[in-house]
Design a protein around this ligand. Structure first.
Ligand SMILES: Cc1cc2nc3c(=O)[nH]c(=O)nc-3n(C[C@H](O)[C@H](O)[C@H](O)COP(=O)(O)OP(=O)(O)OC[C@H]3O[C@@H](n4cnc5c(N)ncnc54)[C@H](O)[C@@H]3O)c2cc1C
Length: 367
């Protein structure tokens, strides 16, 4: 019998696996990390597998105010130390980054060891030893781990839960759902018929705009190494292979080293919804206004570099959040929840530091 069954091995799940006291098991649906895309109007990407989405993060580490949760200062101190969060030295920046610094951009704090980073530009598709991932925390934890465990049913006995997959069952006194905002909502919905579950989805919708700038080599840079914060949206340097493909349709001989781009990431409205097998996420009127403002600012900077024609990607989102924002104090009925589903207001900025902070706070409260 376990004290805690932690469902999901992503940012929150791995932090809990490391910090909760008692006998623990991490139950992971996947194994080798694989991208999943859901949604038609805004394509929402996340990762299923050991470590969850942050195995392919680009290392952005921003401290944010988390509405509804008071996070003690020493929790953030711990996170910044454990993840070795730093900005890059000027010697690490390439010429494009420096141009953007001249335009008033700032260096992005990162959980990347720049001395180990070989600037392959593949943070979003490769795991390497320069970047912190949740797997680092999993290695430091004494939790049992079970992968390829597809939950088909959860039953409550008097003193404990039984979690079933096709040919196994696990008993635990407590369950913590950390399957990410989309899948924690689905699991909770399968247990309770409560209307609010799965509503209020936001994803920090983003697009990348850019064009051709010969030998700019942004494809060999750490993504989003410099950024500018406009509060409701940010701009950050971003080489996007989607943008490259879009430009290549008209410029057959163009090479990836010749593409320059800026990501516009907005605080989108919490109007999406998680359904049983899909999600509904559109661009609201307010979202559109922010995207247009962002595109206009980004275009101005890119034009200053000498780029004339501007191209754009489709809208995407890689920070699904908010779907269990009605929950107070980490608990609904008798199930704990701890992941990005808990955020009560749109962030528009990287959430990993905040998710770790929530998981550390819950671990302290339960210890
Ligand atoms: C390409 C990319 C780059 C990103 N870069 C950054 C960045 O630089 N900085 C930043 O702050 N954020 C970044 N993010 C966002 C960040 O990774 C996520 O917001 C964060 O990982 C969410 O944490 P979580 O614990 O809520 O869920 P996740 O980390 O996604 O973990 C959920 C886990 O649950 C598992 N799971 C799902 N369903 C089930 C089930 N039914 N049973 C058991 N297990 C299940 C999944 O396999 C996964 O392991 C990025 C995201 C992407 C996709």
């Amino acid at each position: 019998m376990y004290d805690y069954a932690i469902v999901g091995s992503g940012v929150a799940g791995c932090t809990l696996a490391k910090e909760l006291s008692g006998k623990k098991i991490v139950i992971e649906k996947g194994e080798k990390p694989k991208y999943v895309g859901e949604g038609k109007n805004v394509l929402v990407n996340y990762v299923v597998g050991l470590g969850g989405s942050a195995v392919f993060s680009v290392g952005n580490a921003i401290k944010l105010k988390i509405k509804g949760y008071k996070i003690e200062k020493d929790i953030y101190d711990e996170i910044f130390e454990e993840l070795n969060i730093k900005e890059a030295d000027n010697t690490f920046l390439n010429d494009i980054d420096k141009e953007f610094l001249n335009f008033g951009f700032k260096k992005t704090p990162k959980f990347i060891d720049f001395e180990k980073c070989n600037k392959c530009g593949k943070c979003a598709s490769k795991i390497c030893n320069a970047k912190w991932t949740p797997l680092n925390f999993l290695k430091q934890s004494d939790a049992d781990i079970i992968t390829n465990f597809n939950i088909i049913k959860i039953e409550k006995e008097k003193e404990y839960f039984i979690i079933y997959c096709k040919n196994k069952k696990i008993k635990a006194k407590n369950i913590v759902l950390s399957a990410g905002a989309i899948n924690s909502a689905r699991i909770l919905k399968s247990l309770y018929d409560y209307e609010e579950i799965g509503k209020n989805l936001f994803v920090d919708t983003f697009i990348t705009v850019g064009g051709i700038l010969k030998d700019s080599y942004l494809n060999e840079d750490v993504p989003m190494l410099v950024y500018k914060d406009y509060d409701d949206f940010i701009l950050a340097t971003h080489y996007s292979s989607l943008l490259y493909k879009e430009i290549k349709k008209e410029h057959k001989d163009i090479r990836s080293k010749d593409i320059v781009g800026l990501m516009i990431k907005i605080k989108d409205e919490m109007e999406g919804k998680v359904l049983k097998n899909n999600i509904k996420k559109e661009i609201s009127k307010e979202d559109l206004k922010l995207l247009v403002r962002g595109i206009s600012k980004a275009t101005k900077y890119i034009n200053k570099l000498g780029v004339e024609e501007i191209y754009s990607t489709i809208p995407r989102g890689s920070h699904p959040s908010g779907t269990l924002s009605f929950i107070k104090d980490f608990m609904f009925e008798d199930i704990y929840v701890c992941d990005s589903s808990l955020f009560k207001e749109p962030l528009g900025k990287p959430p990993v530091v905040s998710i770790i902070a929530l998981a550390k706070k819950l671990s302290r409260e339960l210890s």
